[in-house]
Design a protein around this ligand. Structure first.
Ligand code: H79
Length: 467
């Protein structure tokens, strides 16, 4: 029954249940209500930094098929090389990641200062990393490894108190005749008339929906479901997934790519918005140039780049979901681990400026629009980013995060609030505040710079910046 919350209350009262209500069994707000959504989002807004894991059979070819280099993102190799299903299925026989150590993965995420993990339960190739009862195309039934990877990872996450979410490709499934995306075995998704040529609903009802049910019933609390590429997701089809998630685990978040509004907005892959966004949002991003492991891509972002992106995103109100692609043996590549662990050491000292903080009260420091009319490749107005500093907030506190030594003294951006005091976050060393022409300045003693970024905490009168 889908009666709006206020109407349901009215109905209950009319039916004479008012006494029971007055005795105060509090009604949970309806899952679609803004209150329920905000409650679900509380941990997510605190977390800021998550680990994305793309792992599947594509880690075996790792960017190469029959001795040929296949360009592009590694997990797309079946599509890019037009590998027939029957041939791709043979990879499962080679899946034996003997070095898979779920505890070590969760420990690494913790060392990196990451507060949640999202793993591919099934990517576009349709292969499930869990023991699914609705298909044999899964890790337990089709491989010599025979271990339910998600079961083991979820146990490790529960042990470490790490929230775990599942990526699930609901629309594309290149293994199934009714799934979207495989035009080399099953023909195009749409006819020349634009009408659907495949029995999508048979695929959705026969595989995708039952598998999402399995994920939400067999693996403990699921922090979020990360749907992707919503091809052919009509509002009705999207609704079937959201109803399933809400009915089985009302606390589970739904990302922004289901095909209907989720709990938060997902930006494009690797796309960081230029300004503060008011809804909860998340950037899915690569640490090199691929999601699934590619042997030829060891071009890891540096710890400094990752730290800048994290702080940039957080100062705009978002979360950073940063990906690693483990090898077919089950190892997270050493170079990506080194970057993440270095970021984690910075966060251990400076995390107060990141976790649970609010966005910048200003925004001018983020950058400026370029000369009138210039657009980027996506048609968005081109921004000229500034990258000297960012600011995050808590009631009564501002965290100025410097990526370059400011040309001292650093004039604080305009606010009516008086400044009480300022100090470096890393060592609590006081920073002198001098008022010049009515504007407070930070007299930053050199050297101010941590090789990554230096945080100066500014305590102000009042909770919020008044401009
Ligand atoms: O899971 C990761 C990607 O596999 C998935 N989203 C992230 C989180 C994703 N699916 N589709 N896309 C991203 C857009 C993909 C576009 C491309 Fe291609 C794939 C460009 C190059 C390879 C398709 C094939 C378009 C051109 C060739």
């Amino acid at each position: 029954m889908n009666i709006p919350h206020h109407r349901r209350l009215a109905t209950l009262v009319a039916l004479g249940f008012s006494a029971a209500l007055a005795q105060g069994a509090p009604q949970a707000p309806a899952p679609d209500s803004p209150e329920a959504k905000q409650a679900r989002l509380a941990w997510f807004k605190e977390a800021k930094f998550g680990l994305f894991i793309h792992w599947g059979l594509y880690a075996i070819p790792a960017g190469e098929w029959k001795g040929k280099h296949v360009p592009g993102i590694g997990e797309w190799i079946m599509n890019r090389a037009k590998i027939p299903v029957a041939e791709y299925e043979q990879l499962a026989k080679q899946w034996n990641p003997v070095k898979f150590d779920p505890d070590a993965w969760v420990q690494m995420a913790q060392d990196a200062g990451m507060k949640y993990i999202v793993i591919t339960s099934k990517h576009h190739d349709g292969f499930a990393l869990f023991d699914s009862k609705v298909t044999k195309w899964d890790v337990v039934d089709a491989t010599p490894f025979k271990r339910d990877i998600l079961k083991e990872l979820s146990a490790a996450c529960q042990k470490h108190g790490m929230p775990l979410g599942f990526y699930y490709s609901q629309a594309q499934d290149w293994h199934e005749p009714g799934g979207a995306g495989n035009d080399w075995d099953f023909g195009p998704d749409l006819g020349p008339d634009g009408k659907e040529r495949k029995d999508y609903d048979a695929y959705l009802r026969g595989k995708a929906e039952p598998q999402v049910r399995e994920l939400l019933t067999g693996y403990g609390p699921v922090a979020l479901i990360w749907f992707d590429t919503p091809r052919m997701m009509t509002p009705e089809r999207a609704r079937r997934f959201s109803d399933l998630v809400r009915s089985l685990q009302p606390k589970t978040l739904i990302d922004g790519r289901l095909g209907a509004a989720g709990d938060y907005v997902s930006t494009g892959d690797n796309v960081i918005p230029a300004q503060v966004q008011n809804e909860a949002w998340e950037v899915p991003a690569t640490i090199n140039h691929t999601w699934g492991f590619r042997r030829d891509d060891q071009d890891w972002k540096s710890p400094g780049e990752v730290t800048f992106k994290l702080v940039d995103i957080v100062s705009k109100g978002g979360n950073y979901l940063l990906n690693v692609g483990p090898t077919a043996e089950g190892v997270i590549p050493q170079g990506s681990q080194e970057t993440l662990r270095t970021v984690g050491r910075w966060l251990k000292v400076n995390g107060e400026a990141v976790y649970g903080t609010g966005p910048t009260p200003w925004g001018d420091e983020l950058g400026e629009p370029s000369a009138k009319g210039t657009k980027d490749l996506r048609g968005n107005p081109l921004a000229l980013p500034h990258n000297e500093w960012r600011v995050t907030t808590r009631p009564g506190k501002l965290y100025f995060i410097f990526f370059q030594e400011p040309r001292a003294p650093f004039e604080l951006p305009p606010m009516k609030n008086a400044v009480k005091r300022a100090y470096r976050l890393a060592d609590a060393e006081p920073v002198e505040v001098k008022v010049e022409n009515g504007r407070p300045q930070l007299v930053v003693a050199r050297p101010i710079r941590d090789p990554m970024a230096t945080v100066v905490v500014v305590e102000i009168e009042g909770d919020k910046v008044e401009r």
